[in-house]
Ligand binder design. Structure first.
Ligand SMILES: [Zn+2]
Length: 410
């Protein structure tokens, strides 16, 4: 096996990984609108050069996903390498100090929208997959490459669709989302998004608050009560106690001590509020939109019933998005295989951690597939300005993906 690994690694070319990532950045696949037809066609051509069959799948117009598969036919040992083809919008162009779609390499960094999230990691898994095509006879099991659309807007026409249709199933999933070289993401919070309508009784503003029932004033009380949702405490599963402790410290050092509470408490964001018609009319309606994140150890149902309880006194609530928190046990095979390869190739001992935002991992975990994230990252520019990634990390990550595939499938 050592010999096989050596042979596969012999032809590994770091500059090819960088060139591929650069080409992916040059194809804007900004979401919204999330048109991935051009980038998917590019990846299809890139892989078909090596003689592998590639399937494109378009569940909604221009939301194009790509699937390719090699290895032992019929085996149920399947490693899925997954990444998303879409990126978030660039925002205010004048705040970038370089062209977000140049894909240029400067001072050891690859620059552009998606460099970290996640065309860098994506290039790594595509390259690792391509390297193994000519060795596919020697794989014990199958290697599946799944490049998806729609991640940045929830995955309905990407990972969620493919998992549901049985097109992206496997025995383990490695997602090349940005974590940084020394972290493995093993779990994430759930999300509850709700629209609330508070109703009041209108009247002449000149007699307020002695008449009527002001929906805006009522909403301020509602907000104060809903804020207490952050006091709900999660009962962590035993196998996550150390991982959660590590994650709190990590978030504490990355953001602030206060922010580290987000690991084991719900968070709540009042994102939108709309109310009132005119300054001298007592408003009879106020609408609020909230984004609550559910920690592992609490269920989305516990959180929605708490919200319902509070809102009942003021108005009505409609839940527009409900997702459970989810995780992969840190002693799973895929975690161990990634750890081993990161130690060997990157030379650091990576730590499993819990993420506060959500990703496509939830769609795979819902199908009971152990799923992790590992990928190159420079956190600052992600979803912001001047996104970039270290070329050196990009290459190391691609080597890790290749090593993981070899270990998992031999
Ligand atoms: Zn991402």
């Amino acid at each position: 096996m050592g010999e096989f690994r050596e042979r596969v690694f012999e032809g590994f070319r770091g500059d090819e990984v960088v060139e591929l990532a650069s080409k992916l950045i040059k194809i804007p696949s900004v979401n919204p609108p999330g048109d991935t037809s051009e980038i998917a066609a590019f990846v299809k051509d890139y892989l078909e050069e090596e003689g592998v069959a590639v399937e494109l799948c378009e569940p909604a117009e221009k939301k194009v996903n790509l699937i390719a598969e090699i290895g032992e036919r019929g085996s149920d040992r399947v490693l899925v390498l997954n990444g998303h083809l879409d990126v978030v919008p660039i925002g205010d162009r004048s705040r970038w100090s370089f062209d977000p779609f140049s894909g240029e390499v400067r001072d050891g960094y690859l620059l552009g929208r998606g460099a970290s999230d996640m065309k860098g990691g994506l290039a790594g898994i595509i390259y690792a997959f391509k390297r193994l095509i000519k060795f596919e006879d020697q794989l014990r099991g199958r290697l599946k490459l799944v490049c998806v659309a729609d991640e940045e807007t929830g995955g309905t026409y990407g990972a969620s669709y493919l998992v549901e249709k049985g097109k992206a199933l496997g025995s383990s999933v490695l997602i090349a989302e940005p974590t940084g070289m020394n972290l493995i993401n093993v779990g994430e919070k759930g999300a509850v998004w709700a629209k609330i309508v508070v109703k009041g009784v209108p009247g002449h503003g000149s007699l307020s608050p002695f008449i009527g029932d002001n929906a805006i004033v009522k909403s301020t009380n509602l907000i104060r009560e809903l804020m207490r949702i952050t006091e709900m405490r999660a009962e962590l599963p035993r196998d996550l106690i150390d991982v959660a402790e590590y994650s709190r410290n990590l978030l504490g050092s990355l953001v602030s001590r206060e922010a580290s509470k987000a690991i084991d408490h719900p968070t709540i964001n009042f994102g939108i509020i709309r109310g009132g018609t005119k300054v001298n009319i007592i408003p009879d309606r106020c609408e609020l939109e909230i984004d609550v994140r559910v920690p592992i150890g609490l269920s989305a149902a516990e959180v929605t019933s708490r919200i319902r309880e509070v809102v009942e006194k003021y108005g009505e609530v409609e839940f527009v998005n409900v997702g459970e928190p989810n995780y992969t046990p840190p002693n799973s095979e895929i975690v161990k295989v990634v750890e081993k390869n990161v130690k060997e190739i990157v030379g650091v001992d990576p730590k499993p951690f819990l993420e506060w935002a959500s990703s496509d991992a939830r769609h795979f975990r819902r199908a009971n597939i152990p799923t992790i994230h590992y990928g190159p990252a420079e956190m600052e520019g992600i979803h912001g300005y001047n996104e970039r990634v270290k070329v050196e990390d990009l290459i190391k990550a691609a080597k890790v993906y290749l090593g993981v595939a070899i270990d998992y499938l031999t």
